[in-house]
Design a protein around this ligand. Sequence first.
Ligand SMILES: [Zn+2]
Length: 240
Amino acid sequence: MPHTGHILHGRYAVVSCHVERPLDDEVWQRFSMLQERRPGGFAVAALMRPPAEGEDEARWLERARAASARAPFGLHTHWTAPDHARPTAGDPAALVREQGNWLESVGLRPTFFCGGGWYFDEEVAAAVADLGYADCTATAFRPGYLEPNAPHLQLDAPAWLELGDSRRLLEVPTTHSIGMLARGLLGPFRRQIVHAYRRRAAVLRFGLRFLALKRTATDLDELQRDLRPEKTMSFANSRA
Ligand SMILES: [Zn+2]
């Protein structure tokens, strides 16, 4: 039976990469090659961590522009440090707004947000909605390293998140790591949208070819344009 709420009909897959060390030349070269090769036909979205204090902003911008010319581009915030993703103090939403405003000021237009360490709370969601992005911080799996009460959003399928004040946010959860695909953990395979992610470019290709056999390759920007989830949920009720 067709899902009349969707413009998309069929079963799709999208792929994103958390680009956490774009100033590491070797990492960047591998990632650039991956985006250019489009394994399995996938335009691999770059969810990039903005430069931290002391990192080379000019080189970062050059690389971010190159990535955003090749595939969908998103903001990946690490709150505490380049190698410490989740927040430990302060106002997590304020940093998201600051980074989003900075990206806009330098002419970059992210379309997605993904919180580092899968951190997500209602204020961060509102900041993402105000910036005009969609979100992919929710996960279909429970990250093993999270404490039981750690802020995180668990969702199986895309949904509209209602945030109050008539604001809503398109949520396209991350459903699989590439490692899960490589281990054959895709089945039972009922989801309309598989969104696979990777933190490192290596080992991606095998998993993506497998995924391409099973699903129609699309990308995060096409999903944002064409996906109309039937499910709407209030953020408070959707918290895992
Ligand atoms: Zn990260």
